[in-house]
Design a protein around this ligand. Structure first.
Ligand code: 6PG
Length: 635
């Protein structure tokens, strides 16, 4: 605990600092005592100090602050007039410092200084101090034009109720977990939840109450008080439903905020909304960050993967908080990085979810085939998934095994779950983005469509009666068949990742985001839903060949060459046995399309030219020359 009493000379730093140190029972230090003799001499002669003079002094102080912090704490009186001096005092790594700024008018201080006789500071230097003074938005600000007792009382009051570093608005499942995560890392957070009669009553109060043993959450239902509880410039993290709600909340907040305040949208917002919102807030002098957060309730609590977009300035402000609460990659670095400008963070999160849709559906297809065609029981499939996961280390495969082992009484819970999937949009938005940018997007689109068809439960049941197809396989399963299934799954998963990252790479060029795909893979190695050992391979693959489709990487080529026939075989067998495997077959088709030197598109071009004179390019002429043929056979 370090308290720095800052302000111009004559503001009362030493007197107040000593009184405060007695009150808090921490030792007191005066930064003036750490000046080298040359500086003292200059000041005594009335020569203002230059930045070069201050360098060694600040370094020495920073070193001492670090030591005092280890020894429990201290109160230090130090002018710290400029932000760059204050930064130096923080040291590296930064120390937690409570800044107490003693403020007053020039004339008041001048009068005080003129009355002082036993001090080497000359009142004539006061003017230059006021000119140098940069009053920050953070810390406690105390008006010193009052008695010493009153000043100490003010400071103690404010220390008992210090402003929060960040405000979290929206205490749903993710909001609560993030608030707890922030607080557990020593970051003071105010929490707000709206009051809606009968539906959202006492949410913030109950949350603060339930956690009061461990943390002190200032809680609010009044937006004005919530905003007022935050250190300036303010940082507000919105954890509300994506869509209209975000706009409504921003509209309510706007009149309460000051220029330079920052709003962070931590929900799964559409990236185009994020581009618009950042622009609108910029016009109001505010910063905005669209930030992807992945990991569900547990991840948010213990360490999510965080994908912040927006300006570098905004990241500089809150990046350290995010890095503190994020999961750690295998090397211990935070699974959080400044992804890129404007909507890069939300676009990357959308693609995370796109890949998530593909991976989930792929596992669901494996389960479906094993269960209803190869007639394995849920317990047996769980054992198989766990075996596969020794190699894959995939979070989604791990939870799928847990799910398959879960029973209600004697029955497996999976059998009681209605097979109609819901979705909140990110998968479909990814497909839309791929369509807009002309990127092949087979597996993820197939996964979205699989959810769409699953939702037509009634219609499917009627159709089942009409067609009466059974999907039970006649032959018993061989061990070799299971290992083929694993190869097909692994290969399709690689292709699904290739497709997701390909769209990231194209979008990065289109929107000038300069996405670092290796770094994105790194922050997806832990904390997020699609974490797996393959993400660790992707860090290296994208380092070796940034922005190229991973299917061109020599190791992937070798792997896929070995397994591609198995992928096609298993896809065929599943389809023949009556099990839909949309993602598996989309992966097989994408792969065939991807490495086909010759596709069927010459026929498409000819058809277009036939009925619409759309013209075509020729293999025997340079690209860019277009031809038209009068196709109709002569009678
Ligand atoms: C995550 C998840 C999370 C959410 C999905 C669910 O990364 O933590 O992706 O964001 O659970 O968006 O999406 P659907 O409801 O569309 O499946």
């Amino acid at each position: 605990m370090i308290f720095i009493i800052a302000g111009v000379s004559g503001a009362g730093k030493t007197t107040i600092g000593k009184l405060l140190s007695e009150k808090l029972e921490f030792p007191f230090y005066d930064a003036d005592d750490f000046h080298p003799p040359e500086n003292v001499a200059k000041m005594a002669q009335g020569i203002p100090l230059q930045d070069e003079d201050r360098e060694s002094w600040l370094q020495n102080l920073a070193k001492n602050i670090k030591n005092w912090n280890f020894q429990n704490g201290a109160v230090l009186a130090c002018s710290a007039l400029k932000e760059k001096y204050r930064k130096k005092l923080l040291g590296d790594p930064e120390q937690a410092i409570t800044w107490i700024f003693l403020n007053s008018e020039y004339e008041v201080i001048l009068n005080r200084l003129s009355a002082r006789k036993d001090h080497y500071f000359k009142p004539s230097l006061l003017k230059s101090q006021f000119e140098a003074l940069e009053i920050p938005g953070y810390g406690l600000h105390i008006d010193v034009n009052k008695s010493e007792d009153k000043i100490i009382e003010d400071i103690m009051n404010k220390l008992d109720h210090p402003k929060s570093k960040i405000g979290l608005l929206g205490l749903g499942v993710m909001g609560k977990s993030l608030a707890l995560n922030l607080a557990s890392r020593g970051i003071k957070v105010s929490v707000y939840n709206r009051h809606v009669d009968r539906f959202e009553v006492d949410i913030a109060k109950n949350f603060a109450e339930a956690n009061k043993k461990d943390f002190n959450f200032p809680w609010f239902e009044d937006l004005h008080d919530f905003v007022d509880s935050l250190e300036k410039p303010r940082n507000i993290l919105l954890m509300v439903n994506a869509g209209k709600t975000v706009d409504i909340v921003i509209k309510d907040l706007l009149p309460l905020l000051d220029k330079g305040d920052l709003i962070i949208d931590g929900g799964n917002s559409h990236y185009k909304d994020t581009i618009r919102r950042e622009q609108e807030l910029k016009e109001n002098g505010l910063l905005f960050m669209g930030t992807g957060v992945s990991g569900g309730e547990e991840g948010a609590l213990k360490g999510p993967s965080i994908m912040p977009g927006g300006s570098k300035e905004a990241y500089k402000r809150v990046g350290r908080f995010f890095e503190k609460i994020a999961a750690k990659d295998p090397e211990g670095k935070p699974c959080c990085t400044h992804v890129g400008p404007d909507a890069a963070g939300h676009f990357v999160k959308m693609l995370h979810n796109g890949i998530e849709y593909g991976e989930m559906q792929l596992i669901a297809e494996m389960y479906h085939y094993l269960r209803f065609s190869l007639t394995k029981g849920p317990g047996e499939i769980a054992v198989l998934f766990r075996k596969w996961n020794l190699e894959m280390k995939s979070y989604l495969l791990e939870i799928s095994a847990d799910i398959l082992e879960t029973k209600e009484g004697d029955e497996f819970l999976i059998d009681k779950i209605l097979d109609a999937a819901k979705q909140k949009g990110t998968g479909g938005w990814s497909t839309n983005a791929a369509l807009e940018l002309g990127v092949p997007f087979d597996t993820i689109t197939a996964a979205v469509m699989a959810r769409n068809i699953s939702a037509k439960k009634k219609e499917r049941q009627k159709a089942m009666d009409l067609y009466g197809v059974s999907s039970v396989k006649e032959n018993r399963t061989q061990e070799s068949e299971l290992s083929e299934l694993f190869s097909a799954y692994k290969t399709a998963s690689i292709i699904n990742h290739a497709i997701g990252f390909d769209l990231l790479s194209v979008a990065s060029r289109e929107y000038d985001w300069d996405l670092n795909l290796s770094e994105i893979a790194r922050i997806w190695t832990n904390g997020c839903i699609i974490r797996s050992v393959f993400m660790e391979d992707l860090i290296v693959i994208f380092r070796e060949q940034p922005d190229k489709n991973i299917l061109t990487h020599p190791e992937i080529v070798a792997d896929i060459k070995n397994n591609r026939k198995t992928l096609t075989k298993v896809t065929g067998e599943a389809l023949v046995s009556g099990i839909p495997v949309p993602v598996l077959s989309a992966a097989a088709n994408y792969l065939l399309g991807y490495f086909s030197g010759q596709t069927s598109a010459n026929m498409i071009q000819a058809q277009r030219d036939y009925f619409g004179a759309h013209t075509y390019e020729r293999t025997d002429k340079p690209r860019g020359e277009f031809f038209h043929t009068n196709w109709k056979p002569a009678n």
